[in-house]
Design a protein around this ligand. Structure first.
Ligand SMILES: Cc1cc2nc3c(=O)[nH]c(=O)nc-3n(C[C@H](O)[C@H](O)[C@H](O)COP(=O)(O)OP(=O)(O)OC[C@H]3O[C@@H](n4cnc5c(N)ncnc54)[C@H](O)[C@@H]3O)c2cc1C
Length: 388
């Protein structure tokens, strides 16, 4: 057995682990916390965005050093027949800043290596090294599972510097005036400065196969349709994000090694957006405030939290099933247009995963933009003993 040279090992140095390591370094600097990351760099190449409403003010203040972009004047959405400015400020945290902030706190406890075995008492790396710890959290990102019924949000993003100002003053969270085809499709725009903008082509589909060539052509066409001329491409990213339709959370947690799992590995994401930053912030706080950081106690803590969120979020999964299974693919945008016509506080609570009972009724009430028979089938299925 390995010596317990660490109090806690975080396996995978992505968003979830970095936030736990950061929070512990601030609150409990005496703990010996190690992060094992196969790339040796925290967070990969990512931009993670969030609304002010998604994260409590004290945590937004904590994240500020890693959050170089903030749009205080809110954001816009565009649908056929609906253009709207919503006032909630928007923010982007970047992996460069996250790494620059957290890596110095870890020093040589940021271990470059690929974990091949994760156990409650430590980790074995592919080069044979064995690291021992009293507590282990697995945060290696999403793994295929038969226990979650998922749809997918697929996207390719390109950050471009234009020859002229783009004229945008705030992010566009959804421009769904673009052609739809057989999926719900929209373009997402983040104006980083007056000439630099991220253009992301996104669609919600049944399978996780990303057609990069198609999305790149769509990005070219969108840039052209805006009359923008590109001086340089400064970044590219792509995503295959899970959208939760249904699942068996108990069976999900029963698979894999008997350790705690954080981030997407622990099903800790918003069912409708696939975004995990707000949950990762909450889990970092939870861990930092825990008395017992042994593997068994962490497993109980995070598994319990993940399951309680899963139960509270049944409504979002129902909405996702309406989107994926009841609405005709070409008509899916109407579900979202109707949603964005609702009062802004309701929209804010929706993204924060904090919809009230009345919000839930309002989101699904009224004339549904989906065939009534199929909508009823989804409603009936959601009443078959799944957590609500
Ligand atoms: C391009 C993109 C943009 C996104 N934008 C947003 C956003 O704006 N807002 C938001 O909330 N969410 C966003 N998401 C969704 C989600 O928040 C991210 O996927 C997030 O990074 C998930 O965090 P995580 O810690 O679970 O996994 P990851 O951040 O993917 O971290 C997993 C880490 O584990 C490492 N790893 C894997 N296997 C091993 C191994 N065997 N040994 C060692 N290391 C290993 C990987 O290299 C990786 O660094 C985005 C996702 C993508 C892909």
């Amino acid at each position: 057995m390995a010596a317990l040279e660490h109090d806690l090992i975080l396996v995978g140095g992505g968003l979830a682990s970095s936030l736990i390591a950061w929070r512990l370094a601030l609150d409990r600097p005496d703990l010996r916390v190690a992060v094992v990351e196969r790339d040796g760099r925290l967070g990969g190449e990512h931009t993670w965005s969030f609304f002010d409403g998604d994260i409590p003010a004290r945590d937004r203040a904590w994240l500020e050093p890693a959050t170089p972009h903030r749009w205080p004047d809110g954001y816009e959405v565009f649908f056929p027949g609906l253009s709207r400015v919503l006032q909630t400020p928007y923010n982007s945290l970047t992996s460069d800043r996250l790494h620059a902030t957290v890596a110095p706190l870890l020093g040589d406890r940021l271990v470059k290596g690929r974990a091949v075995e994760v156990r409650p008492d430590g980790v074995t790396l592919s080069d044979g090294r064995v690291l021992g710890a009293a507590g282990v959290i697995d945060a290696r990102g999403p793994a295929p599972t038969p226990h979650l019924d998922l749809g997918w949000q697929l996207f390719v993003g390109r950050t471009v510097r234009l020859t002229q100002p783009h004229g945008l003053t705030r992010p566009t969270i959804m421009d769904a005036t673009v052609g739809q085809g057989d999926a719900y499709r929209f373009v997402y725009l983040l104006p980083f400065d007056e000439r630099t903008v991220l253009v992301e082509d996104t669609y919600y589909v049944d399978g996780p196969m990303l057609d990069r060539a198609l999305l790149n052509r769509r990005i070219d066409a969108y840039i052209c349709s805006r009359g923008w001329s590109v001086e340089a491409v400064v970044g590219e990213e792509e995503g295959v994000l899970p959208i939760a339709l249904d699942g068996d959370i108990d069976a999900f947690w029963a698979e894999g090694p008997p350790v705690a799992r954080a981030g997407l590995a622990g099903a800790l994401f918003h069912p409708t957006t696939g975004y995990s930053l707000p949950d990762a912030v909450a889990v970092a706080r939870l861990v930092a405030e825990a008395d017992d950081l042994s593997s068994a106690a962490l497993r109980t803590l995070i598994e319990g939290y993940s399951k309680s969120l899963w139960a509270r979020r049944a409504h979002y999964r129902l909405l996702d099933r309406m989107l994926f299974r009841a609405a005709e693919p070409r008509e899916r945008w109407k579900v979202l247009r109707r949603f964005y016509g609702l009062p802004e506080p309701l929209v804010r609570r929706f993204y924060a995963g904090a919809s009230t009972a009345l919000d839930k009724v309002r989101i699904l009430a009224g004339k549904p933009p989906v065939p009534v028979g199929r909508a009823l089938r989804q409603l009936r299925e959601s009443g078959r003993g799944k957590a609500e």
